[in-house]
Write a protein that binds this ligand. Structure first.
Ligand code: C2E
Ligand code: MG
Ligand code: MG
Length: 723
């Protein structure tokens, strides 16, 4: 390639080079004949606004002007005028020109007047056009985004700062000024001024931090308190990162944020948290302590009991649980009002506690009840002294709000592990014992009777079992004949209850009747017996066996208000019931409290055809009143006299007396316990003809009765009267 020295270019070369440059740089060229208005341009000029040269062959200045954005026209004309006036050396303007496609493109126009006419009027001007659309758009975006940045910094109250350590220049962003309640035109920030705004305590911290940043290159992130230029106190977060060069800090930069609001919310939150903690601990306190006396309440007591109990089990020692109930506290409360009552309780609580050892627990159980837990005892009696001291401390006169109040206490005590129960039951036992102390006259203590408690529990169990036996049909009536010793006739049978116990076998009434005494079960069982006897009576009658049945009735059952009506109901179920076929045996006993009522029952039952016998006469009460007032038909001599009459002359005499007495009251006598023919003989000699006893027959189940009856009819007489 030919290499021409640049220093001597030919005109042709210059031109070519220029064209190349113009093409390569994308510059539009224009040449304006000002006087004629004619405008010539190159290809690129037309291309910038979307046209080809041919399309724009006759462009006038007016055409160009009308192509400008209306907002830019004035500015362009003005600058042009200034240039024409010679005020500027070069004409330069940035304007928007209408593109062929309808949008505007940004154009940088620059030109120079190169010729004037003779009168000095501008004649020719040349210049260039550059498409600066892209640059303009970028600038706009930059403006928008920096505005956005500024606005968001303002919203976040997040400012920034920069310190050039080389020049010493400190730069604050707009927001940093705003945070300081100032602006760049009013305030010239310096490091000293900035630090000077901080509150004294914060000043020490920030100075130290800046020192470390500058000298050691260590950044920071601090929350401090500062004043604004107007003297308002604010909370700020200020951070610093350090730019190092050659081991030296050259630039510090960081954020500066107003966190007053956050701090305020945080402080509020902290306060709420503290309040919450307070409320929680108050709640905790009320969950475990009595608010009046500040003593442990029931919840805490149960806890303490459990601990004391397991401790004592480990160490083989014992715990006393003392239930303390104030005597007559209610009267004081009613008479003097609650405030006096409360004050008294507080005082009592204090005095009881003073008598207890430090490790023991006194708890307010409720109202005027306290529980003293006396722990770690060698033996139960070791607590006696303490409990006595408590009794004495309470049994005194208290002065409360100027009133003299005399009270005392009843204390019930139980001891673990002798009373080997869980806490709630121990408390119940102590409570029961306290109740007994009250019944015994107050101002004393009573110890829970474990053995009695065990018996009570056992009794309850037995009752339950008997009730079950009734529903499971485990009872049966046996029958024991009653005969006339002279005629040999069977005059009746006594129904005697038996229990077929699944485990213990056949049980006589002595095993279970005493258990149900005075319990409702006594009446239930009594009803069952009457019904069973009536059923049997009906069955025998249907089979042609007409024998009266005697049924034993307990005093409680007889005295039941609905006894008569219930019996009537039962009888009504057997229309074939024959009068005098049912006898009811009642015990001659003190349990028959209301003789008037009993005699009424006997009378009204009598109208239904039911007869009565006085059972076991002579064994108990033996009151003539009975014989006189109870309209019974039979008198049964207690078997104990009969059995012994052969050896015991006294018993014989008693039997004789009873027989005479019966005559007086017009009662027929039946002798029980006729075990041998000798008994029968003796009785006959005394004038008693009706007898019942093993010598005749033992009580037997129904199934055996018919065969016994058949055998009896053919059997020899019990007493041989042939002689
Ligand atoms: P009780 O009414 O005086 O009945 C007579 C008791 O003496 C029966 O005892 C009977 O077996 C027994 N006995 C009869 N003859 C002789 C004898 O010769 N020698 C001896 N040692 N004993 C004889 P059981 O059946 O054990 O009844 C005992 C008591 O239980 C009865 O005395 C009666 O008071 C009561 N009882 C029995 N069944 C019932 C019942 O269904 N209801 C009620 N309320 N009490 C009943
Ligand atoms: Mg009887
Ligand atoms: Mg009897």
């Amino acid at each position: 390639m030919e290499n021409k020295p640049l220093s001597s270019p030919s005109r042709q070369d210059d031109r070519e080079r220029l064209e190349l440059i113009i093409k390569a740089t994308g510059v539009g060229i224009w040449d304006w004949q000002i006087l004629t208005g004619e405008l010539s341009f190159n290809e690129r000029w037309a291309d910038i606004i979307g046209y080809s040269v041919d399309e724009l062959h006759s462009v006038q200045f007016e055409t160009w002007a009308s192509n400008l954005h209306p907002s830019d026209l004035e500015k362009a004309k003005q600058l042009l005028q200034q240039h024409f006036n010679g005020e500027t050396d070069v004409y330069e303007v940035e304007v928007r020109m209408l593109h062929k496609l309808g949008h505007y493109v940004w154009v940088f126009a620059s030109g120079k007047l190169i010729e004037r006419d003779a009168s000095g009027q501008p004649k020719r001007m040349i210049g260039l056009h550059l498409d600066i659309t892209e640059r303009k758009q970028y600038e706009e975006r930059l403006i928008v985004s920096s505005q956005l940045l500024n606005e968001s910094q303002e919203v976040a109250k997040l400012g920034g700062w920069e310190l050039n350590l080389v020049t010493g220049l400190l730069f604050w962003t707009d927001e940093t000024y705003r945070i300081h309640e100032t602006s760049p035109d009013k305030f010239d920030p310096t490091v000293d001024a900035g630090v000077g705004f901080f509150l004294p305590e914060s000043q020490v911290i920030i100075s130290d931090a800046l020192d470390k940043a500058i000298n050691q290159g260590i950044g920071y992130d601090l929350e401090l308190e500062t004043y604004t230029t107007k003297g308002n106190k604010i909370d700020v977060r200020t951070t610093c990162t350090v730019e190092m060069k050659d081991g030296k800090a050259i630039r510090l930069a960081g954020i500066f944020q107003d966190i007053t609001e956050q701090k305020h919310v945080l402080r509020k939150l902290e306060k709420i948290n503290l309040d919450l903690e307070d409320a929680n601990s108050a709640l905790q306190l009320s969950a475990h302590y009595d608010s009046l006396t500040e003593l442990p309440n029931r919840n805490l007591l149960t806890d303490r009991m459990q601990q004391a109990m397991s401790r004592c089990l480990r160490s083989q020692r014992s715990v006393a649980v003392a239930f303390i109930d104030l005597d007559n506290f209610k009267e004081i409360n009613d008479k003097y009002g609650h405030s006096v009552g409360d004050a008294l309780l507080k005082q009592v609580a204090k005095d009881i506690q003073a008598e207890m050892r430090s490790g023991d627990t006194l708890s307010r159980f409720g109202g005027d009840e306290f529980i003293a837990l006396i722990d770690d005892l060698d033996s139960p009696s070791d607590s006696d002294e303490i409990i006595d001291r408590i009794l004495n401390a309470i049994s005194t006169t208290f002065e409360v709000e100027g009133k003299l109040l005399s009270i005392s206490a009843s204390i019930g005590v139980t001891y673990f592990p002798f009373d080997n129960c869980p806490p709630d039951q121990l408390l119940r036992h102590a409570d029961q014992a306290m109740y007994i102390a009250k019944q015994h006259g107050k101002n004393q203590r009573h110890t829970f009777d474990i053995e009695h408690d065990v018996a009570t529990k056992q009794h309850a169990e037995e009752l339950k079992r008997i009730g079950l036996a009734l529903t499971q049909n485990e009872f049966e009536l046996f029958y024991q004949p009653q005969v006339n010793l002279i005629t040999h006739r069977v005059v009746g049978v006594e129904a005697l209850i038996r229990w077929h116990h699944p485990e213990r076998g056949l049980l006589s009434p002595y095993y279970f009747l005493p258990v149900i005494e005075n319990d409702v079960l006594e009446v239930d069982l009594g009803r069952w017996v009457i019904q069973a006897a009536l059923r049997q009576l009906h069955a025998w009658s249907s089979a042609g066996i007409e024998i009266p049945v005697s049924v034993n009735i307990s005093p409680m059952h007889l005295q039941h208000p609905r006894f008569t009506s219930e019996l009537a109901d039962m009888l009504s179920q057997y229309p074939d019931f024959k009068p005098n076929s049912l006898h009811l045996e009642i015990l001659e006993s003190s349990a028959l409290k209301d003789i008037t009522q009993a005699s009424k029952v006997i009378e009204s039952c009598g109208t239904m055809g039911v007869l009565f016998s006085i059972d076991d006469f002579g064994a108990g009460y033996s009151s003539l009143t009975y014989l006189k007032r109870l309209p019974a038909k039979y008198l049964k001599i207690d078997q104990s006299f009969v059995i012994d009459m052969l050896k015991d002359m006294d018993d014989r005499a008693i039997i004789q007396g009873i027989i005479e007495l019966a005559k007086v009251f017009n009662l027929r006598v039946i002798a029980e316990g006729v075990e041998t023919p000798d008994h029968a003989e003796q009785l006959l000699s005394l004038g008693a003809t009706l007898a019942q006893g093993y010598g005749i027959a033992k009580p037997m189940p129904v199934s055996e009765f018919s065969s016994w009856l058949a055998a009896w009819k053919t059997a020899p007489l019990l007493v041989d009267r042939s002689e």
